[in-house]
Write a protein that binds this ligand. Structure first.
Ligand code: SAH
Length: 357
């Protein structure tokens, strides 16, 4: 009989699993605390559980965790963990200190199906969705590795993958991370970044645990956006902007619009004016991301002057704008800097991508 993996279950389901086996449900809370607050997944080290119970748990349950197989620190303090999953697939998760809070950038898929023209992850296609336990597990492992299990931190779903293409697992992971017996991460500290899968956005609008929203916009006309972000063919810029306009925002909260800047492609002052016009009646802020160049990506990063001039057009139109400082570029931990060590013909393990700057 195969073991039930408690890392995949929300607290209520762990309680149900224990009760149905004749164990008092409150042990679930003890286990949950060990796993999420102490980073402990070995029943034998859960010292407040009786010996007989621990033996029993071992027979029926397991608690899986991504294994750290690589750990690199950038000159700017950004730290990138290479994590191996139960089936041997690998993903990367990034810790960005002081931004201003501590931030974990996590993946929601191995690879990605969206195929954005400037992103190497897109070139890989989708390998598979991550499970809820794998998404939440990255946070547990990062928090343990950085000594932040009992501190507050931010989470950005800006790693590899499209979170709204793996909707149910992503939302389950957020519930698991939010639980007060675990890491108690407030949804206000979570930012979900998406290409804008419109029906999923409409679903998200009704979630009880609502993360902050970041939209990967990147373009200001249908034609330009379809060329850069292929899902635009199905979910047009117009319908996306409409969904954003209708999106319920908390008081004082705004939608972030990410805009990757590609020299000579979408960085003109006309682009900036069109962008300001599109966002005029949306509570928004713009995050400009000068392209992180990567081999195989047929675009260039614009000059700093160009970026500044673009930002100025937005600022003049009263749009809050920031330029994302790309962190961790020296260890290829920045946005869209996929690392694939070894292609199909090489034997070296394939490393994964993630996109945080
Ligand atoms: N799929 C989601 C999550 C990825 S988030 C989304 O698209 O929003 C990562 C952000 O980095 C996205 O805005 C993405 O468009 C951006 N990005 C991808 N490749 C990049 C690159 N080479 N340089 C800079 N930003 C990039």
């Amino acid at each position: 009989m195969s073991l039930i993996d408690l890392a995949e279950l929300e607290l209520g389901d762990i309680e149900a699993a224990l009760s149905s086996r004749g164990c008092p449900a409150y042990h679930a809370r003890q286990i949950y605390r060990w796993v999420y607050r102490r980073g402990e997944t070995d029943f034998d080290r859960m010292t407040d559980l009786g010996k007989a119970l621990r033996a029993r748990l071992r027979e029926e349950f397991t608690i899986s965790s991504p294994t750290v197989v690589g750990d690199e620190v950038s000159s700017d303090g950004t730290r990138k963990l290479l994590l191996q999953l139960a089936d041997g697939k690998r993903i990367e998760s990034v810790f960005i200190p002081d931004t201003p809070a501590m931030t974990f950038c996590v993946s929601t898929q191995v690879g990605c199906a969206m195929a954005c023209a400037f992103c190497l992850t897109g070139k890989m296609g989708l390998v598979r969705h991550l499970t809820a336990g794998e998404i939440a597990g990255q946070v547990r492992v990062l928090a343990a590795a950085t000594g932040l299990l009992d501190k507050s931190f931010n989470i950005v779903l800006m790693g590899m993958g499209e979170p709204l293409h793996n909707y149910d697992n992503t939302m389950q992971a957020l519930r698991m991370l939010h639980d007060e017996h675990g890491l108690a991460v407030s949804p206000r500290r979570v930012t979900l970044s998406t290409v804008g899968i419109v029906p999923a956005l409409e679903r998200l609008a009704n979630e009880p645990l609502m993360p902050n929203l970041a939209i990967s916009l990147h373009a200001t006309t249908e034609e330009q956006r379809t060329a850069l972000v292929p899902p635009n063919r199905k979910y047009s810029l117009e319908s996306l902007i409409e969904a954003c306009r209708a999106f319920p925002l908390r008081q004082r909260s705004r939608i972030t619009f990410e805009y990757v800047m590609l020299a000579g492609v979408n960085d003109s002052l006309d682009d900036a004016r069109r962008l300001a016009h599109l966002l005029a009646d949306i509570r928004s802020k713009v995050n400009l991301i000068p392209l992180n160049e990567a081999p195989g990506i047929p675009f260039d990063r614009p000059s700093d002057d160009r970026v500044d001039a673009f930002a100025q057009v937005l600022a003049d139109r009263h749009i809050t704008v920031s330029v994302r400082k790309s962190r961790g570029r020296d260890i290829r931990a920045a946005c869209g800097q996929l690392i694939v060590e070894g292609g199909p013909r090489k034997t070296a393990a394939q490393q994964m991508a993630f996109l945080m700057g």
